[in-house]
Ligand binder design. Structure first.
Ligand code: ZN
Length: 480
């Protein structure tokens, strides 16, 4: 293995799910015809004054509390000055010296076991507009700009450089996304850019305390890209150092087509932005009662719920993890159990048969055509032995397409399991009479024909015979 180790920290930008923008009343919805969600404030007209959206602060606090941060009683907006065509004011309103929240941390289960990642800070800021390089009449010689995104509220979450491995970083980002979506503060839609990640990465000889020179890889909008970009970048830096070269501090872009990072610009330092307190906005004051109210309204977080599923319902960590991918899945599972299904069967059916069926049509579990209580009804019939598992699958299909309850389908279609030996005896006698070769082979010692004969009896009863009874009765008949 390599004599170097990587040091990775992430900066994650998450769009907050407020209806309006952070400093004006324009819609914060994604899309819309270009430049239709705009006003003098978010277009940066001179003299137009920002007014802070209270909900954006509440969402920011909610996320920061979930990430274990301390909320600052006073935080200050600051101007981050730079020029870019999608930033008409010439500065972005962000937070610098006194952010909304600091000193948090998240425990998560990475590929290499339980890990802790410190959260340095969570701050509020506005998003910039968007340059459009294609799709317009003069796109071959002009760049267009859409300001609908200008002024949309973001939180930036900055981690400590606690990660050492590309796969861990990707897993952490994925679990952070789950938390933000779970809290209802972000929609997790990375394709639309409402969740984006920049990674700071450096390498150093193993055992060395001092950090190496870092590069920042920008705008990684999928977990896979984050992992691949980090793997490439770590390898590149190690090769440089091992070859006697030096790493240059710079901003790099991931080129997913060629699978490499490429230099974009030399990395700017904080002083390049000439941060200063935003004179048009008062300090943000957050008192303890506001934080307490938000904390009290927080849902049970994914990690706690996972833990509870393993203790309360005796599920494996793996299954508990699968059921806590979203609030909706976890709620659905608990509702099925509450309606009387055994937790393990509920888990198996939800993560297996139901998940597969929902995936076929891209239907989220909260819109499942089978309500939790109805699924519980089916599972109770199966667990009580009134229908077999394989008939249960057929009943499930009918429930899914018709929305009818299991009990009704079972009664109407005559699917109830046959436990009565006298009703199995007739079909079994026919099977034995029609398959004398197989019977002779079994009696001559070929045990495998037994399974074939069981199958024939099941077929003759349209799968309704209790397989256990069929086994016992057949054995008795053949061994007689
Ligand atoms: Zn506006």
């Amino acid at each position: 293995m390599s004599d170097y180790e990587a040091v990775i920290g992430l900066e994650i930008h998450a769009q907050l799910l407020t209806r309006s923008k952070i400093f004006c009343g324009c819609s914060a919805a994604f899309g819309g015809a270009p430049n239709t969600h705009v006003c003098p404030v978010c277009l940066g007209f001179p003299g137009a004054l920002p007014v802070l959206n209270r909900s954006a602060v509440d969402y920011g606090i909610r996320a920061a509390v979930a990430l274990g941060c301390q909320i600052n009683g006073t935080s200050i907006f600051a101007r981050k000055n730079y020029f870019y065509p999608d930033l008409p004011k010439g500065y972005q309103i962000s937070q610098y010296e006194q952010p909304l929240a600091v000193h948090g941390g998240v425990d998560f289960d990475g590929p290499g076991g339980r890990m802790h990642v410190g959260i340095t800070r969570v701050h509020l800021e506005e998003d910039a507009g968007k340059s459009l390089h294609e799709g317009f009449p003069d796109s071959d010689r002009k760049t267009y700009v859409d300001f609908n995104r200008s002024g949309v509220p973001l939180i930036e979450i900055v981690t400590e450089p606690d990660l050492r491995d590309a796969a861990d970083a990707a897993e952490f980002f994925s679990q952070l996304r789950t938390i933000l979506v779970w809290l209802g503060v972000n929609d997790g839609n990375m394709e639309e850019g409402s969740l984006r990640c920049d990674a700071n990465v450096s390498v150093r000889p193993k055992g060395q305390k001092a950090l190496g020179t870092k590069a920042e890889v920008k705008n990684l909008n999928s977990f896979r890209f984050l992992q691949k970009a980090l793997e490439y970048e770590i390898g590149r830096q190690i090769d440089l150092l091992a070859g006697g070269g030096t790493v240059v501090q710079e901003t790099r872009l991931w080129d997913s087509g060629s699978g490499v990072t490429v230099s974009m610009r030399s990395k700017e330092e904080a002083h390049d932005y000439r941060y200063f307190p935003e004179p048009d906005l008062p300090p943000v004051l957050v008192d303890e009662s506001r934080v307490a109210t938000i904390r009290a309204a927080m849902p049970e977080l994914p990690a706690a719920r996972r833990e509870r599923f393993t203790t309360e319902f005796a599920l494996s960590a793996y299954h508990a993890g699968q059921l806590t991918q979203s609030v909706a899945a976890a709620d659905y599972f608990e509702a099925v159990v509450k309606a009387g299904a055994a937790p393990q069967s509920a888990c198996n059916w939800i993560t297996g048969t139901l998940a597969a069926k929902l995936n076929e049509s891209g239907t989220p579990i909260e819109r499942s055509p089978i309500e939790p209580a109805r699924l519980a009804g089916l599972l109770k019939e199966i667990d009580a032995g009134s229908i077999s598992g394989s008939i249960g699958k057929d009943v499930f299909e009918t429930m899914y397409s018709s929305g009818r309850p299991a009990e009704e389908i079972i009664a109407a279609d005559g699917l109830k399991q046959i436990d009565d030996d006298s009703q199995i005896a007739g079909p079994m006698a026919d099977v034995l009479a029609n398959n004398q070769d197989a019977v002779a082979q079994y009696r001559a010692g070929k045990a495998s024909t037994f399974g074939f004969l069981v199958g024939q009896v099941m077929k003759a009863t349209r799968g309704r015979a209790n397989p256990k009874r069929v086994n016992e009765l057949l054995k008795k008949a053949l061994d007689a």
